[in-house]
Design a protein around this ligand. Structure first.
Ligand code: BGC
Length: 730
């Protein structure tokens, strides 16, 4: 956080060319650059054509017909007075024609390089349609799985989300074959929407904004992102589309951002609905004052700004500054110099599919594997039964935001498993959809399960149950899925559960009935082949949770990096704390921080995930006992794969600052490494920690304080191997 290099994203040449062009524009043409309209899906109306030619439209979203896009660009570049190209925006969120795992699933890979390759693949496909700007990545930290948009982000942790956000920006913007301008969203604090209800109010003190919610945005800007979108939510009484502190003081002054801000869909006139502006005109003025360059879809700038400037209600230089930023980005992207779409070659297309499958495989988190029920032995003489509402759903496995993904490209678990197991597999959906409440099929399922040697249950949530405005209060498996599980479990046949969902689900009531549990998020087009590879052990699972899985919705928000409180629950004070019986009440022998009706721990903690290998950590060493400014600390650890197969482990380093001027989280992720390790071998891992990695915002400034820092290394946020060093400030 100390010392950002955001400014370098824009070249001096782009800025000076933008400055020269700006001087030639009329007020109407300037305002045109601040207007984004919704496309007409496959046509160009007379009004749109005229708008582009007259220079009163600077950007179009949601047009993906390549010929139409090309024609719109031709009108803009060849028939408008200054030939200014259009920004063509689209929500390319996790793949384009080929669906990749939802972002939350991608975060579970803890593999920024692969995530970058995924964004590059999506950029390649999307740029074929003439799209040059995506409203992605969403780097909102979220600690509430009720919120439907948790699917679109990278989880609860600022460091993991920062690494993922940077990877996405690099992938979209730096691809050698294709480039999409990326857009960080939704600035800021949207993921904290009260009660996990979308668009809801948030009150987030600056200390929390700076330490938790801002870092992924700053990281994305440092990776070169040149556009940013405000959140719909109210932030401390000032919705971000009218929040000058956020958009000017933080973004531009403190961080040096030189790109532009696009409003969210009609978020400018919503300032009136929020209750901070009287009407649309006042909303437009407030957004300009706050520094919102581009108005998405609402026309409120087009309707009002000219008259406001002409009647001296708004200064033209405010408009000039905002337009300059948009033009500079258009130059920086090379839009003035390039024409026409690129085509994807067959080998590139193959790579797009491969990346989607790799992402899906690496996103899957093995949460339970009792008696090593997994991997399956496909050569055994046993009979397998596949049951469940998510087993054969080409659309539902894709998850949210898949406008352009072609369902025909989806391979389901049923199809892929049938290919592998042939006659040894039977199938029954049990429930038609994830929300189906009917028990009618259970008898038939039970009969089949009785005859089987192993049941694979494909459970979860349909795509529509997560994403924007799709929030839930009850985050258990929906419909009659819990009853279906019980019906199958009664027969005693071993059960492997696969959960495809857009969020962490509460599985407390059924988890004991599973022998194996693989959390697959919404894996995308290649769900089937990816799942089969993991189930059969062709791919050793390596995913780790990017978000805590709660035992009960009443624990929410529950996350690993919480404060200690003045009365933390301990095994000494809470009877039953060690004995994790979810259904038993807890009893306290003192007043401590816990719920009476559920264990104080989560079902699965952040960073957790099993493998078919076993990883053992040992020999933790520090290169120095004390650390001073400008020095770095090397933390080494011996990681051993004691298991029977080769595997990949995500080694995680956490710190705790036990005494500081303000309370600090009980754990903070600082570094992680994905390491491939052969069976029965070990490797010495080295994590390098810089002074700045230890800084935090104390309410007024970023600083590193003297004192002890505890350091833990291991395979989850519950890592026990630890030691401490001393920070010395002078
Ligand atoms: C969402 C944005 C999205 C925009 C354009 C809004 O409703 O909040 O994330 O980019 O629509 O589709």
């Amino acid at each position: 956080m100390l010392g950002s290099n955001v400014q370098s994203a824009l070249s001096p040449d782009a800025k000076s060319r933008a400055g020269l062009l700006l001087k030639k524009l009329t007020l109407t043409e300037k305002i045109g650059q601040m207007v984004q309209v919704n496309g007409q899906q496959g046509e160009i109306s007379g009004e749109l054509r005229q708008g582009i030619i007259s220079g009163s439209i600077g950007s179009v979203l949601n047009e993906v017909n390549p010929e139409i896009v090309q024609e719109m660009q031709r009108l803009a570049q060849e028939q408008s007075r200054h030939g200014i190209p259009l920004l063509i925006g689209r929500d390319v969120i996790h793949g384009f024609k080929i669906g990749q795992p939802i972002p939350l699933g991608q975060a579970a890979t803890w593999n920024p390089d692969l995530v970058e390759a995924g964004a590059q693949a999506a950029a390649l496909e999307a740029s074929q349609a003439g799209i040059n700007w995506t409203f992605s990545p969403m780097v909102d930290i979220c600690r509430d799985p009720r919120w439907g948009r948790v699917a679109e982000g990278y989880g609860e942790d600022p460091v993991l989300a920062s690494e993922m956000g940077k990877a996405m920006v690099r992938g979209y913007q730096n691809g050698s074959q294709a480039q999409l301008l990326s857009c960080l969203k939704h600035f800021a604090g949207y993921g904290a929407s009260e009660s996990g209800r979308d668009y809801n109010t948030t009150y987030i003190p600056e200390i929390e904004l700076q330490n938790v919610y801002f870092p992924p945005f700053l990281a994305g800007l440092e990776a070169g992102c040149l556009s940013i979108m405000p959140s719909f939510s109210d932030l401390n009484g000032l919705p971000p589309s009218g929040n000058g502190w956020l958009m000017r003081d933080i973004l531009r002054k403190a961080w040096g951002f030189q790109g532009f801000v696009v409003s969210d869909w009609e978020s400018i006139p919503q300032l009136q609905v929020h209750g901070i502006c009287e009407d649309r005109l006042a909303s437009a003025g407030k957004a300009v004052q706050a520094g919102i360059n581009l108005d998405m879809a609402s026309h409120v700038y087009a309707e009002n700004l000219q008259a406001m400037v002409e009647s001296d209600q708004l200064q033209e230089n405010l408009i000039d500054d905002l337009v300059l930023e948009i033009l500079a980005v258009k130059y920086q992207m090379g839009l003035f110099d390039s024409h026409g779409q690129k085509t994807v070659t067959p080998s590139q297309q193959k790579n797009v599919i491969q990346v989607a499958q790799q992402l899906a495989e690496q996103s899957m988190v093995l949460l339970k594997n009792a008696d090593k029920v997994l991997p399956l032995d496909k050569n055994s003489s046993g009979h397998f039964l596949l049951v469940g509402p998510m087993a054969d759903q080409p659309l539902e496995q894709l998850g949210t935001w898949v406008f352009d993904v072609e369902q025909a490209n989806s391979i389901t678990l049923k199809t892929a498993l049938e290919n592998e197991l042939g006659e040894s597999l039977s199938f029954h959906p049990g429930l038609q959809t994830s929300r189906d409440q009917s028990h009618v099929q259970f008898k038939a399922v039970s009969k089949m399960a009785k005859a089987a040697d192993l049941v694979i249950l494909a459970l979860g949530e349909e795509a529509i149950l997560s994403g924007e405005a799709h929030c839930r209060t009850d985050i258990r498996l929906p419909g009659a899925q819990e009853a279906l599980i019980s019906a199958v479990a009664e027969l005693g046949t071993p059960i492997i559960a696969i959960v495809m969902a857009g969020r962490p689900l509460v599985m407390e009531a059924v988890i004991d009935k599973f022998d194996g549990l693989l959390y697959a998020w919404h894996p995308g087009s290649m769900a089937g082949p990816a799942l089969v590879n993991v189930l059969l052990g062709n791919t050793n699972p390596s995913g780790k949770l990017p978000m805590t899985i709660p035992r009960a919705v009443g624990q929410v928000p529950i996350y690993y990096g919480h404060g200690n409180t003045g009365k933390p629950a301990t095994p000494e004070t809470v009877i039953g704390l060690d004995d994790i019986d979810p259904h038993a009440s807890q009893l306290s022998v003192g007043n401590t921080s816990f719920h009476l009706d559920v264990a104080p721990s989560p079902q699965f903690c952040f960073g957790f995930g099993l493998s078919y290998s076993q990883f053992v950590y040992g020999d933790l060493r520090f290169s120095r006992e004390s650390l001073k400014p400008d020095q770095s600390l090397e933390v080494s650890v011996l990681l051993e794969n004691t298991g029977p197969v080769d595997g990949v482990e995500v080694a995680q380093l956490y710190i705790r600052d036990p005494v500081a001027s303000v309370t600090r989280p009980v754990r903070q992720l600082k570094k992680f490494q994905r390491v491939a390790l052969k069976s029965q071998t070990s490797i010495k891992l080295i994590f390098s920690i810089q002074w700045q990695d230890l800084s935090f915002f104390n309410g007024s400034s970023w600083l590193v304080e003297a004192g002890i820092i505890e350091i833990y290394v291991g395979g989850s946020s519950d890592a026990r191997l630890g030691g401490q060093i001393q920070l010395v400030t002078s």
